[in-house]
Write a protein that binds this ligand. Structure first.
Ligand code: ADE
Length: 239
């Protein structure tokens, strides 16, 4: 997958390009990530990317032209079909189903805004979709873009070391994940549940499914309304 990001702060993206699962995906060539700085597409001596809002009021607004040139440069390197996606709290909210959908795309161009916002005419002319990561306001679109990139990257085939671990994540089966333990066997008087030491893999799977169901019921009962168990899960619970 190829992802181009338009951002005034390219170094922020080292957080995902240099570390962890996303860093490995970049190294392996599963993910090509390039950040374009609109400041490199200015033509005045101050390299201005923002200006005061018409109508007055606090803050600054990102100008059309540097953004438009940066987006068009990124578009030039992707296929014509690539969507320009603006990160904003007003967009469609990202969830697991959306992440799965996005992970099937060949590429995307993510537009991260700063300041009070972006000139509306740039959005109308260049943006295809608007995406939010939740009902709260961030200081810019960069963190939201990184959240989206991280969640999408872990769904790319081969991105995870153990192919199974995306399959067992929370939400995959519409349920929250169960709890996890590693050594020591006892910590501050708390023991690892006996069943996990039993070596009985079927019993362990049944226990994990029950814990997932219990947690979902306690913490996110809304998810249970939409839940349908698959055949394997039904069998496990019947035994
Ligand atoms: N930019 C600022 N807040 C945001 C949010 N909640 N989601 C996506 N982009 C944003």
């Amino acid at each position: 997958m190829r992802i181009d990001v338009i951002s005034l702060f390219p170094p922020m993206f080292e957080a995902i390009s240099a570390h962890g699962i996303t860093g490995r995906a970049v190294k392996n060539g599963l993910l090509t990530l390039r950040v374009w700085n609109p400041r490199d597409y200015t033509e005045d001596k101050h390299r201005s990317v923002d200006d005061r809002p018409y109508g007055g009021g606090p803050g600054m607004v990102m100008m059309i032209e540097p953004l438009q040139r940066a987006i068009r440069a990124a578009r030039g390197e992707q296929g014509k079909a690539v969507k320009v996606m603006y990160l904003s709290p007003q967009g469609r909210q990202l969830d697991h189903a959306a992440v799965l959908e996005l992970s099937k795309r060949e590429g995307m161009i993510l537009l991260a805004g700063r300041y009070e916002g972006i000139d509306e005419r740039l959005l109308q002319a260049e943006v295809d979709e608007e995406w939010s990561i939740g009902d709260y306001v961030l200081s810019g679109g960069e963190l939201a873009a990184m959240v989206l990139i991280d969640a999408v990257t872990r769904q790319l085939p081969g991105a995870l070391g153990d192919e199974d671990s995306a399959q067992q994540d929370s939400f995959v089966e519409g349920l929250l994940d169960c709890e996890h333990y590693t050594r020591p066997e006892e910590y501050a008087g708390r023991k690892v549940p006996e069943v996990l030491l039993s070596g009985d893999h079927e019993k362990i799977r049944r226990w994990r499914l029950k814990r997932s169901l219990g947690r979902t019921w306690l913490r996110r009962p809304d998810l249970l309304e939409r839940l349908t168990l698959n055949q394997e899960q039904k069998q496990l619970l019947e035994e």
